[in-house]
Design a protein around this ligand. Structure first.
Ligand SMILES: C[S@@+](CC[C@H](N)C(=O)[O-])C[C@H]1O[C@@H](n2cnc3c(N)ncnc32)[C@H](O)[C@@H]1O
Length: 229
């Protein structure tokens, strides 16, 4: 997806994004974000970049664990929601409104980071391996890249039921709640394009990272990966 299209899509969805996510994931998204934050934050003071931060749910979970956090996203309105949330929670974090696919853009002044989180961001990229590789160059050599994405589930009966829910029912509920059918249709098409968790592992390896952990969540629909440069 072109950066301008992503910006327009998420600016228009910012107000409803969190509520719809929570409803359609049956509240499980909080657990996925908690997992990502725990993997990213080794100790208080860990420097974290939450890339494709959206409304900041992962980055702010890291800040609650004592991390020093920068939230980066292209959408000013998603970041505005993150800013209000941070203020309400009394959390001090930095905000960077950037096109993270822009290869010409300089690295953030806070780099190098101890950890980079990227949750539900890879699916919107035309060349995710290239972008992930570039972001990973902002990590310390011993840093961690924590990626979470929807994948096509395989195997057990529960996973197949979850797939029916995700691919057929969820877009209808989400668009009824948010009135933005294209965002949730995109979720389905990009998940098919992403393929199973093995493809996500391959993507991370193509970005030049070494995969350390693969963690399936949400009945196999959500894949968390921890990788090192
Ligand atoms: C599905 S949301 C994920 C938000 C958040 N990480 C979460 O877990 O809820 C994807 C985010 O990626 C951002 N995004 C898409 N393309 C981008 C780009 N080229 N540069 C920076 N952010 C981008 C969108 O604005 C949106 O906030």
């Amino acid at each position: 997806m072109k950066p301008d299209v992503a910006r327009e899509l998420f600016d228009a969805s910012a107000e409803t994004y969190d509520r719809v996510n929570s409803v359609i994931s049956l509240g499980l998204d909080a657990r996925w974000r908690a997992w990502a934050a725990r993997e990213a934050v080794a100790e208080p003071g860990t420097r974290v970049l939450d890339a494709f931060a959206g409304t900041g749910l992962v980055g702010l979970a890291c800040a609650r664990l004592g991390a020093d956090v920068t939230l980066a996203d292209i959408s000013a309105r998603m970041l505005a929601v993150a800013r209000s949330r941070a203020q309400r929670a009394g959390l001090s974090v930095r905000f960077a409104q950037h096109d993270l696919t822009d290869a010409e853009a300089p690295s953030p002044p806070e780099a190098p980071f101890d950890a980079i989180t990227m949750m539900f961001g890879a699916r919107y990229l035309d060349d995710p391996a290239q972008v992930i590789g570039r972001l990973a160059s902002w990590l310390r050599p011993e840093g961690r890249f924590v990626l979470v994405e929807f994948v096509e589930p395989s195997g057990a009966v529960l996973s197949r039921l979850a797939a029916i829910y995700f691919f057929r029912i969820l877009p209808r509920i989400a668009s009824a709640l948010a009135g933005r059918r294209e965002l949730y249709d995109t979720l389905v098409t990009t998940t098919h394009a992403m393929g199973p968790s093995a493809s996500l592992v391959g993507l991370i390896e193509n970005a030049g990272l070494e995969v350390e952990q693969v963690h399936l969540m949400g009945f196999g629909l959500v894949c968390g990966i921890v990788a090192r440069p």
